[in-house]
Ligand binder design. Structure first.
Ligand SMILES: Nc1ncnc2c1ncn2[C@@H]1O[C@H](COP(=O)(O)OP(=O)(O)OP(=O)(O)O)[C@@H](O)[C@H]1O
Ligand SMILES: Nc1nc2c(ncn2[C@@H]2O[C@H](COP(=O)(O)O)[C@@H](O)[C@H]2O)c(=O)[nH]1
Length: 198
């Protein structure tokens, strides 16, 4: 499919991906579109089905996976997550920059496809800060916090693997991290803005 390059955002749970993406989507209305993933986890307070995720159950999701409807899926912290082909096509059909928020296993799966996105890793300044953020968000049980921190240790080690990401952004100061994110995406943003103007 032609159009702007998609963007894959990855990084440990609690690093600040959603915070940065919400700002980006708000500041660049009509430029970006979010690929709405499927998940078997329960919605958090305030999350909306069909907006934040397609909340589903394991049986239904497995059936759709077996039908070949997903680009990639992964088991993360006891739940199934996945990007459906239609989630990406819906955004790209509108000429928008498609943003995918996936874990590091998802990044590796996407590398095997012909999507050709820009790969960005958002990292916390340290595991201690990450733990504080996860606890501060107050959305996970103690067991889930521990399992997410375990996944985070692997992510923090693997993110600097040569060729895996185009850029690793450390989200310490939010404004600085957002500046870096915008600057990596500038070329694609400009392309879409020029199409809008023409
Ligand atoms: N630079 C920052 N400084 C301080 N707090 C931050 C910063 N960035 C994000 N946070 C806070 O950290 C918490 C986790 O952020 P967020 O939910 O965006 O993480 P995430 O990477 O999207 O996690 P997940 O993958 O679990 O969805 C939130 O409470 C958010 O407000
Ligand atoms: N491989 C995939 N990973 C995904 C997808 N959607 C989200 N995620 C990742 O899951 C964890 C946890 O997310 P949370 O919303 O439960 O906190 C996080 O790292 C996301 O990036 C997906 O479609 N595929």
């Amino acid at each position: 499919m032609s159009g702007p390059r998609p963007v894959v955002i990855s990084g440990p749970s609690g690093a600040g991906k959603s915070t940065l993406l919400k700002k980006l989507l708000k500041d660049y209305k009509g430029v970006f579109g979010f690929s709405i993933s499927h998940t078997t986890r329960d919605p958090r307070p305030g999350e909306v089905d069909g907006k934040d995720y397609h909340f589903t159950n394991r049986e239904a999701m497995q059936e759709d996976i077996d039908k070949g409807e997903f680009i990639e899926t992964d088991e993360f912290s006891g739940n199934l997550y996945g990007t459906s082909k239609s989630a990406v096509q819906d955004v790209r059909a509108k000429g928008l920059i498609c943003i995918l928020d996936v874990d590091i296993a998802g990044v590796r799966h996407i590398k095997e496809t012909n999507l050709d996105p820009i790969y960005i890793s958002i990292q916390p300044p340290s595991i201690e800060v990450l733990e504080e953020r996860l606890r501060g968000r107050a959305t996970e049980t103690e067991e889930k916090i521990q399992s997410r921190l375990e996944e985070a240790r692997t992510d923090m080690e693997e993110c600097n693997e040569p060729g895996l990401f185009d850029i690793v952004i450390v989200n310490d100061d939010l404004d600085e991290a957002y500046e870096k994110l915008q600057s990596v995406l500038k070329e694609e943003i400009t392309k879409v803005q020029e199409v809008i103007k023409s």
